[in-house]
Design a protein around this ligand. Structure first.
Ligand code: ADP
Ligand code: MG
Length: 714
């Protein structure tokens, strides 16, 4: 347990002028300042928190005789002889080759870029100190373009007394510059109480406490005897100290945001749930226990006067749409409007159709709004939204545009939230404000199919309540997945033919990772033509992102109606599409897709009575990672397991789309790797929030900074 009693009073010196101005450092003029700003480095604190991702060891001179391929090393050598040579292949290029020795062995230094002065200086007998990556050359070990300094034959120069940091860089900013800057900033840290220490006590079971300044010093300039492996694995006590503080700051930031959101009020929805019961009666299936449980939580939220902020997570096919429909019914029955926003036209259109069918007999008017609706038609829809005759509004990003005004929006549903930014969903929720009353927020229901471990979700989405639909509707047959080399196309075609002849339907997903969308669509078009040629008896359809909304809609309808038997598609069908009769899916170039995306795609089948199959086509050779990914897909249908693996392979930033969801890039922490710290983080956050609001603010400023403003749409 952590006691907070030993906290020092914070010395808030964030306002010292030199703290904020990088041009006060040597080597920073206006141009460099601008480039640094591109790296997110705007003040001294930023530089101190721009941490190395690896280190080089220039603390000792390595005998040439003991050099190995793949290592970088500092060596001290004498030039045996120097010569100019030419590259053999293609356009011949001049190279400067230096044969060097140190008495224990010899080595080649190779330069492709060199000037006259260098050529004149680097001659036989010259002594050099070099640093670089050692690799196999054509006949011996060599270093290409080593960093070097000429040294005096008599006196010996001192070596570095700390490991050399290697920082993330950007164009126009060199390692050397960043090293100089971090050096200067660390010096400032010595002189001034620049960075007050808010965690003045050991954390994470460590016996000794690293002050923030000491931890930073260690991480930027580890001593020569530092355990490099430990540093590399980010397990050193100084690193843990920093990680802990960063996670703490992140957590505090999200908690603060949450509190801020709670200051808004929302309409308390009261009704006798007559619509709900009638709708549930009318469904051809029973709600799963999980759906009922989540529905209960939502109804409770809606009845309270506090804005609901609930994230509902459920694997693909778990039946999130029905749950969303129930929330809409509660809203409409209470005399208010509900909006449901989906990231693609296809998905939004599908929701629109479902909701229209479901709600028609209840006399509820469902409206449709997308960016493609223009002119008179748009005005008609807008006026229905404004006068309240549209009770449920389904659409895309169009729903939160400036000119869309709602009469009485009380519920904003965001489907597949990873495709939206926080601001976008907040922009919709804020449409609940009527006539400049700015403290109202619509209840928010946020739905996602990216299953992430609970503790991780609590960190990534600490501003949201969290429910899981942890059960699939009964009777689902697991999808059998096979991995097939693309050369075996014949067999696959055969398979499609057989399936379609039996009245089943299939998807063929083209996943060419082309730069331009039009190339992608072109490729899909070619594939569709080829498939139609080789399968003349089968009705082949084609859908891609370049089609107009109504074209897409009618193509989807044809597929739904069974007119199209094989649907060739780009990844536009990735999210949410639901055609239960489709039971076969072919994914081309599956090796190029991430696990979560494959899982989403595969989730388009396995929705009906039929046993479903998914064929992952790949082009060999496969990288180790690609092999691993495909093997996982074959092994399991469990979205949770897949997400966990995806998190390991790609990290949370990629998987959760953190940049968009408002969870900012972390500087040193990694919520998967460092998950075990979260409990202790929470405990400390709780007491800080209660006792030291000024520290909370300072910690958020320090670690989250500008990004916090980005999240702070509230
Ligand atoms: P997702 O969670 O991926 O958005 P959907 O809401 O699209 O899933 O639902 C997938 C399919 O399952 C739909 O065809 C839907 O009608 C059906 N479904 C939803 N709930 C149930 C249930 N309780 N029992 C049987 N089928 C259900
Ligand atoms: Mg869905």
């Amino acid at each position: 347990m952590i006691s907070m009693s030993s906290y020092r009073l914070p010395v808030l010196v964030n306002s010292l002028p030199h703290f904020n101005d990088l041009t006060q450092l040597k080597g920073v003029g206006p141009r460099v300042q601008e480039r640094l700003s591109k790296l997110g480095l705007n003040n001294i604190q930023d530089v101190l928190f721009h941490l190395p991702y690896r280190y080089e060891d220039r603390t000792r001179i390595v005998p040439v005789g003991s050099l190995r391929h793949g290592y970088s090393a500092l060596i001290e050598v004498t030039i045996d002889y120097a010569k100019i040579a030419f590259t053999r292949k293609g356009k011949s290029r001049r190279m400067l080759l230096l044969h060097v020795t140190d008495g224990t062995g010899s080595l080649l230094l190779r330069f492709f870029y060199f000037n006259k002065q260098q050529q004149q200086a680097l001659v036989e007998g010259t002594k050099l100190r070099c640093f670089g990556d050692v690799r196999y050359g054509s006949s011996s070990l060599e270093i290409v373009h080593p960093e070097y300094t000429q040294i005096n034959a008599e006196t010996s120069e001192p070596v570095d007394d700390s490991l050399t940091p290697v920082y993330p860089v950007t164009d126009g900013i060199s390692q050397i510059l960043l090293r100089r800057l971090s050096g200067q900033c660390l010096d400032l840290l010595k002189e001034e109480a620049l960075l007050p220490d808010y965690l003045d006590l050991p954390v994470l079971g460590q016996k000794k406490h690293y002050s923030l300044a000491r931890a930073l010093k260690y991480v930027h300039r580890p001593p020569a005897d530092a355990n490099v492996n430990q540093l590399f694995e980010v397990k050193h006590a100084s690193q843990l100290r920093l990680i802990f503080e960063e996670l703490l700051a992140q957590h505090l930031s999200l908690q603060t945001l949450r509190k801020k959101n709670r200051k808004y009020s929302a309409v308390s929805l009261k009704s006798n749930n007559y619509f709900l019961y009638q709708f549930i009666e009318s469904l051809p299936f029973e709600l799963t226990m999980a759906q009922q449980k989540v529905n209960q939580a939502i109804l409770q939220d809606l009845e309270s006067g506090v804005p609901m902020m609930r994230l509902v997570q459920g694997d693909v096919g778990s039946g999130k749409t029905v749950v969303a429909a129930l929330a809409c019914l509660k809203t409409v029955e209470s005399g208010m409007q509900a909006a449901i926003m989906a990231p693609t036209e296809i998905l939004a259109e599908q929701h629109y159709k479902n909701f229209t069918n479901w709600f028609e007999s209840l006399g509820i008017e469902v409206a449709w709004l997308s960016g493609q609706i223009k002119g008179k038609k748009r005005n008609q829809v807008l006026s229905k939204i404004l006068d309240g005759s549209a009770q449920v509004i389904v659409g895309t990003h169009a729903l939160f545009q400036n000119d869309v005004q709602y009469k009485c929006l009380a519920l904003a549903i965001t489907d597949e939230q990873h495709r939206f930014g926080v601001q976008q969903r907040m922009a919709l929720a804020k449409k609940a404000n009527i006539k400049n009353k700015l403290n109202k927020l619509a209840h928010q229901l946020i739905m996602t199919a990216t299953p992430i471990p609970r503790s991780l979700a609590m960190t990534a989405y600490a501003d949201l309540d969290y429910s899981v639909i942890d059960e699939l509707p009964p009777g689902r047959k697991p999808i059998t997945t096979v991995v097939v080399q693309q050369e075996r196309r014949e067999e696959i075609l055969e398979r499609i033919y057989k399936a379609c002849s039996k009245g089943k339907q299939a998807y063929w997903v083209c996943t060419l990772v082309e730069e331009s969308e039009s190339l992608q669509c072109q490729a899909a078009q070619n594939t569709a033509e080829i498939l139609q040629n080789v399968l003349p008896d089968i009705n082949v359809g084609l859908i891609h992102g370049r089609l107009k909304a109504d074209e897409k809609a009618s193509l989807m309808q044809d597929f739904k109606d069974g007119i199209t038997q094989l649907l060739v598609a780009t990844t536009v069908i990735e999210v949410g599409v639901d055609v239960p009769n489709a039971s076969l899916m072919i994914i081309e170039n599956a090796e190029r897709l991430g696990l979560s995306q494959l899982h989403q795609l595969r989730g388009r089948v396995g929705r009906g009575e039929e046993a479903s199959h998914c064929v992952l086509m790949f082009k060999s050779p496969l990288s180790e990672q690609a092999k691993e990914r495909l093997a996982i897909m074959r092994k399991t249908n469990d979205g949770f397991e897949i997400a966990k693996k995806d998190l390991q392979l790609r990290g949370p930033g990629e998987v959760l789309g953190t940049r968009q969801t408002g969870l900012i890039q972390l500087k040193i922490a990694d919520i998967v790797r460092d998950e075990y710290m979260l409990n202790e983080v929470k405990v400390m956050a709780q007491s800080l929030l209660g006792e030291s609001p000024e520290k909370v603010k300072a910690l958020i400023d320090r670690w989250v900074g500008v990004a916090q403003q980005y999240v702070n749409v509230g």
